[in-house]
Design a protein around this ligand. Structure first.
Ligand SMILES: [Zn+2]
Ligand SMILES: [Zn+2]
Length: 506
C-alpha cells in the first residue's frame, strides 16, 4: 500500500473544488455530502440474490481452470479482475493491485509395480512441489523412517526408495533420497489410510535434490514392503507436474473518504485449493465483503475503510503476509483493526467468533481483539443468534495482522471439524458430521453453501464495519511496533497453515 503523495492529495482537492456545484449541467453531478453510514441501513441492502450472483460468477471463473481457482491459474486471475473491476466502477475507492511472484505448483502422481508377474496400479497422491518425471526401477526399502542419510542403503542409488511416513517432514525424506542417488521415491503412511496429500515445502533444500515422488496408503505400503522383502519388485513412478514462478495479485481498496490515520480493515482470500472451486472457502468471505463494499458508497465514513482481497492464502497466508510485511511502521499503525472473513457459509455451519478475549482458548489477541469479539457477540445476540468462540491461532489471513500487533477478529462457520450434539441443538444441522463436508474438495460449490448463514454473517461484518467506521471507542490506538514480538504462531509454522487447517508436511 502506498501512501498518497501530497501532490496527488492536492490535485484531488483541486478537482473537487472545480467539481463543486455550478450551473453547467454537462459536468460532474453536484456533490451533496453523504450521510454517515448506519449499520441497519447498510445491512438492509445486503441481498441473498446479489451474494448468489457472485457465487455464480466464481463458479464460471473456475471453469477456466479445470474447476478450481488456485492462485496462478487463469480462473484465479479472473476472480481478481472481477473484484477490481466492480470496486473501480463505484468510484468510491482508491484501488490497488499488489502484484508479486510466487512459486506455483500443480501435479498428479502415479505408481505401479510388478509383483509376482502381475502389474498392480496403486491409489497414489502427489506432494506439492514434487518434481515431474518418470522413473522405472527396482524398489528398495529405506531403514527406519528415512530422516537421516544413514537410513538409505547404498542400493537406493538409481532405484525407487520406499520410505515410511513419520518423525520428519516429507521434504526431508525426499531430499535425502535424492542425495542418496535415488531415481524416485514412494512414501507410505504409518496408519492404514492414504496420506491425504501434503507438501514437500519449497525447493531447494540443503540436504539434497527432490526426486519424483508419490504417496501410498499404509495398507498398500506394508504389503509392498512384504513383497520387496520376498523378492525383487520393479516399480514405476510417474509424476506430471508444473512448478514455476507465477505472478499473482492482492486487491486493496480504500475509501476515498474517511480518516486514513484510523483505518478500519476487513479481508478475505480470493484463491481456492487446486481440488475445487472454493465457493465457501473462501468465495463466501471474499464475496460477502465485496458485496458490502459495493453497497457502502451511499454513505460517508468517519474512519476510512479498507478491504483486502488476498491471494495464495492456501499456500500459507502468502498474499496477506506479503502485504502486511510491505507496510512501513507508520502505515501499520494507521490500521486500527482487521476483520477476517474466511468460510462464512459452511453447509453444516456454526456461528463461530475468533476468541479475541482468550476466554475459551487462552490465546489473547492484541488489545482490542476482545472488543471486536464482543461486538460480534452482542450483534448476534441482538438478532437472536447464539454464537460460540473458535480458536484464535492465526491460521488464516489475520495471522500476519496479529504479528503486527493489529487488533483482529472475525467469523468462521467451520471446516473439517465435527459438529457436536450441543451445537446441532443451537444451530440445527447434523451432529457428528463435518461443518463443511466439502472442505478443500471438488464439492465446495454454490449448491453446497448455506445461504442463510452466509447472509447473516455478511450482515454481521457490515454491522462491525459500520460501527467502527463511526467510532473506534474501545479499540486502543497504540504504537504497533511495541507488540511485534508477541507472536501467536511462528512464521515457519504459519507457512504451512491455511484456513484453520495445518498443511500436512510430516
Ligand atoms: Zn482453504
Ligand atoms: Zn480459506
Amino acid at each position: 500500500m502506498k501512501v498518497a503523495s501530497p501532490l496527488l492529495l492536492l490535485s484531488s482537492l483541486l478537482v473537487s473544488v472545480l467539481a463543486s456545484p455550478g450551473p453547467i449541467n454537462n459536468g460532474p453531478r453536484p456533490s451533496r455530502p453523504l450521510p454517515p453510514v448506519q449499520s441497519n441501513q447498510l445491512r438492509r441492502l445486503l441481498l441473498r440474490s446479489n451474494l448468489l450472483k457472485h457465487a455464480d460468477a466464481l463458479e464460471e471463473q473456475a471453469k477456466l481452470s479445470d474447476g478450481n481457482r488456485a492462485f496462478g491459474t487463469k480462473a484465479h486471475n479472473a476472480t481478481v479482475d472481477y473484484i477490481k473491476r466492480k470496486l473501480d466502477a463505484t468510484g468510491y475507492y482508491d484501488t490497488e493491485l499488489q502484484t508479486f511472484e510466487y512459486l506455483f505448483s500443480e501435479g498428479t502422481a502415479n505408481f505401479t509395480a510388478v509383483i509376482a508377474g502381475a502389474q498392480k496400479n496403486y491409489d497414489t497422491e502427489w506432494f506439492t512441489y514434487g518434481p515431474a518425471g518418470t522413473v522405472e526401477a527396482k524398489v528398495v526399502i529405506v531403514n527406519e523412517l528415512g530422516c537421516v542419510a544413514t537410513n538409505f542403503p547404498a542400493e537406493v542409488k538409481g532405484s525407487i526408495a520406499l520410505i515410511k511416513r513419520g518423525s520428519c517432514e516429507f521434504g526431508l525424506k525426499i531430499a535425502l533420497a535424492g542425495a542418496a542417488g535415488a531415481a524416485g521415491a514412494v512414501i507410505y503412511n504409518n496408519v492404514d489410510a492414504p496420506v491425504g496429500g501434503g507438501t514437500l515445502g519449497q525447493p531447494s533444500r540443503p540436504e539434497g535434490p527432490y526426486v519424483p515422488a508419490a504417496s501410498l496408503s499404509g495398507i498398500d505400503g506394508n504389503a509392498l514392503v512384504a513383497s520387496v522383502a520376498a523378492g525383487e519388485v520393479k516399480g514405476k513412478v510417474f509424476v506430471d507436474a508444473i512448478n514455476e514462478m507465477r505472478y499473482t495479485s492482492n486487491v486493496l481498496a480504500t475509501t476515498k473518504g474517511g480518516d486514513k490515520n484510523h483505518i478500519v480493515m476487513a479481508g478475505g482470500h480470493t484463491d481456492s485449493v487446486p481440488a475445487g472451486p472454493g465457493i465457501n472457502d473462501d468465495g463466501s468471505g471474499a464475496m460477502g465483503l465485496l458485496e458490502i463494499a459495493l453497497r457502502l458508497p451511499k454513505w460517508s465514513v468517519r474512519n476510512a475503510i479498507r478491504f483486502g482481497f488476498w491471494t495464495a492464502e492456501e499456500y500459507g497466508l502468502v498474499g496477506s503476509e506479503h502485504w502486511v510485511t510491505s507496510l512501513t511502521a507508520e502505515q501499520t499503525s494507521s490500521i486500527a483493526l482487521y476483520l477476517n472473513a474466511d468460510m462464512i457459509a459452511s453447509p453444516n455451519f456454526g456461528y463461530f467468533l475468533y476468541d479475541g478475549d482468550g476466554s475459551a482458548f487462552n490465546v489473547t489477541g492484541p488489545a482490542g481483539s476482545d472488543h471486536i469479539e464482543h461486538l460480534f457477540e452482542s450483534y448476534f445476540t441482538s438478532v437472536g443468534i447464539r454464537s460460540a468462540p473458535t480458536a484464535f491461532d492465526g491460521r488464516s489471513d489475520y495471522g500476519p495482522f496479529l504479528d503486527a500487533g493489529i487488533p483482529s477478529g472475525g467469523i468462521f462457520t467451520g471446516a473439517e471439524g465435527i459438529k457436536t450434539a450441543q451445537e446441532a441443538e443451537w444451530w440445527g444441522g447434523r451432529a457428528g458430521q463435518a461443518y463443511d463436508p466439502n472442505y478443500h474438495l471438488a464439492g465446495d460449490g454454490r449448491v453446497n453453501l448455506d445461504v442463510g448463514a452466509w447472509v447473516q454473517n455478511t450482515k454481521a461484518f457490515a454491522h462491525a464495519l459500520a460501527t467502527y467506521a463511526n467510532s473506534l471507542e474501545g479499540i486502543p490506538r497504540m504504537n504497533k511496533r511495541g507488540v511485534l514480538e508477541k507472536k501467536q504462531i511462528s512464521h515457519d509454522k504459519r507457512r504451512h497453515a491455511a484456513c484453520n487447517h495445518e498443511f500436512s508436511e510430516i
